[in-house]
Design a protein around this ligand. Sequence first.
Ligand SMILES: Cc1ncc(C[n+]2csc(CCOP(=O)(O)OP(=O)(O)O)c2C)c(N)n1
Ligand SMILES: [Mg+2]
Length: 325
Amino acid sequence: MDNATLIGLYRDMWLIRAFEQGLEREFEKGNVPGMLHTGLGQEAVQAALAWHLKATDAFFPDHRCHGINALAQHRHRGDGERVMAELFGRSTGVCSGKGGSLHSADPRVGNFGDNAVEGSYMATVLGVALAAKLRSQPNVACAIIGDGTVGRGEFHESLNMAAIWDLPVLYACVNNGYAISMPVGDGHASADIVDMVQGYGFESRQLDGNDIIEAWTGVKEAVEHIRSGAGPYFLEFKTWRWQGIFAGEFRPEAEVKYWKEERDPIMLAGEALAGRGMDQAKLDAIEQETTDLIEEWIAFAKDSPEPDPAKATANVYVGWEVASR
Ligand SMILES: Cc1ncc(C[n+]2csc(CCOP(=O)(O)OP(=O)(O)O)c2C)c(N)n1
Ligand SMILES: [Mg+2]
C-alpha cells in the first residue's frame, strides 16, 4: 500500500471515529432519538469496505455502520452531514428523518439500508446481485453482517443460493467476538466463521479487522474477484467492538484493556505511518480536521428543522399516501 492510500484510510478511520464519538456524546445528552449501536473499534473494516465500493455497487449496512454510511455519502454526494441529520431525526436527513440509525439509506451512494431484523437482508442482497448479473453489470452487492447473523436461517439460505447461482455477492462478516454477550464459539458451531463457510465452495478468507492494510488488501482482492465474474466471496473480519450492546453487558476487564490499548485500529495505522516517516503533527492535524468537520455536521443536524408531521406518511409506501392523518 502506498503512503497516500494509507494516509487516506487513516483520515477515513478518524472520520468514522469522530462521527461515532460525537454521536455518542449527543445521544447521552438526549439529542439523538432511538437506540444507538456504535462502530467504535471497528473503523478499519468500514473504511476498507467504503474505499473499494462504488456508488453503483450496493451495500447493506449493519446496526454499527454509521461510518460507512457517512463515508459513502460524503464521498459520492458530498453531503455526509445528511447522515448525521438522519440520526438526529431531522427533515434534512437522507430519509427525511424517518429512518434514524437502523433505516438510514440512500441507494444513490450504494446504501440500501439496514433494518431491525438481523440477517433479513441476507436474502435481499441476492436479488440485487442477481439484477447486476442479469444486466451484465460488474457490480458488487455487499452484505455487512455481525457474527450473530450466522445463526439465522437466512445466512445459510443466502450462501447456498449465491453459490449455486454464482452471484456477485460480497459477504463482509464482522466477527467482533460476541452477539450481545454470547461468545461466538458458544453460539455457533465454530468460533471461526470461515470454517463454517468452506462447505459452500466459494472463496473465503479470514482477515485481521484491526489491521487496515490487511483489511484493505483483502477487500480489494475480493472486489476484483467478484467484478471479474468469478462469483461470491466471503470475508470474515476478526475485530472487537468498544461498545457493549447494553450497560450491564459483561466482558472481561483484561480483554477490554487489550483491545482498546493494544489493538486500536487507528493507533496501529498511526504507528505504521510513523514507521514510514510521517511526523506526529501531521497525524494530529488529520484528527483535528476530521473532528472539526464532524462538529460542523452535528451543528447542521441540530440547526435543521424537525420533520413536518403532515408528511409522516409520505414515501413510506410507493403510491400510497394517507393525506387525512
Ligand atoms: C432476528 C433478530 N434477532 C434478535 C435481534 C436482537 N438483536 C439486536 S443486535 C443483536 C446481536 C447482534 O450480534 P452481532 O450480529 O454479533 O452484532 P454486534 O452487535 O456484535 O456487532 C441481537 C440479538 C434482532 N435485531 N433481530
Ligand atoms: Mg458480534
